[in-house]
Ligand binder design. Sequence first.
Ligand code: BGC
Length: 285
Amino acid sequence: MPSSTPLSWPTPEAPSCPILKILQGQVALVTGASSGIGRSIAIALGHAGANVVINYLGHPDKAESVAEEIRRCGSKAITALADVSKPDQVEAMFQKTISELGRLDILVNNAGIQLDAAFEDITLDQWQRVMDVNLTGPFLCSQEAVRIFNKQGIDPTLSCAAGKIICISSVHEVIPWAGHVNYAASKGGLMLLMKSLAQEVAPRRIRVNSIAPGAIRTPINSAAWSTREAYDALLPLIPQKRIGEPEEIGRAAVWLASDQSDYVHGITLFVDGGMTLYPGFETGG
Ligand code: BGC
């Protein structure tokens, strides 16, 4: 890749307050929504008319600024402090959702962490923490959501589904990743959590899917895009030859949460500029 490749590419813009509010009146809870992909998803859902619960762990000020941005577009937004791997905190967060916003229609299991190390150096604590946040978190949150969806049933004035769950996975649910074994294992696990749950709850009209982002410009992977050298090393892995922007995941989440995708069930939607297309074969093979 020539070193003249820009670090930032023009990407399609969505209007910040779209007139088409396809999620009007629905309530969405997004975990890990104070920054990165979660932030963009929360804002996109809010702009599409949903009232949003912004879950966060470390940065109340950032969570509040996401809420303010959503309120500017006319939707309600509240923040909820919770570690998604702790059952009592998760339960309290869903109770807060119901008591303050009245219902739940959409859960986005976004919270995730990377604790990278060579395989032989991964500590049990690093292994466990990644599993706790990336896999136990979606398990606990989805369980709370399914219980609520069961109780609520379908409100046809809002959606033809009783509820929607979207897991934010990764291209590494299928691409092995040396040096990141704990992370890749957690995302592989999330894939079968999502698919097995999707199979189980489909008859109740609860829709479960994943989005698998590739390299997206967020803090979690700033080492991979913030310098010229790192960016040039990243591009050969991406057929589109550009990094993705968080808003592109937000737009995919709005579609997956809406009735526009009602017959889409138990799939992973890769939003990765083609990263899963074996880019090494562009010229080889
Ligand atoms: C990881 C990023 C990485 C991307 C592509 C994501 O799941 O969080 O750090 O850049 O996958 O490898």
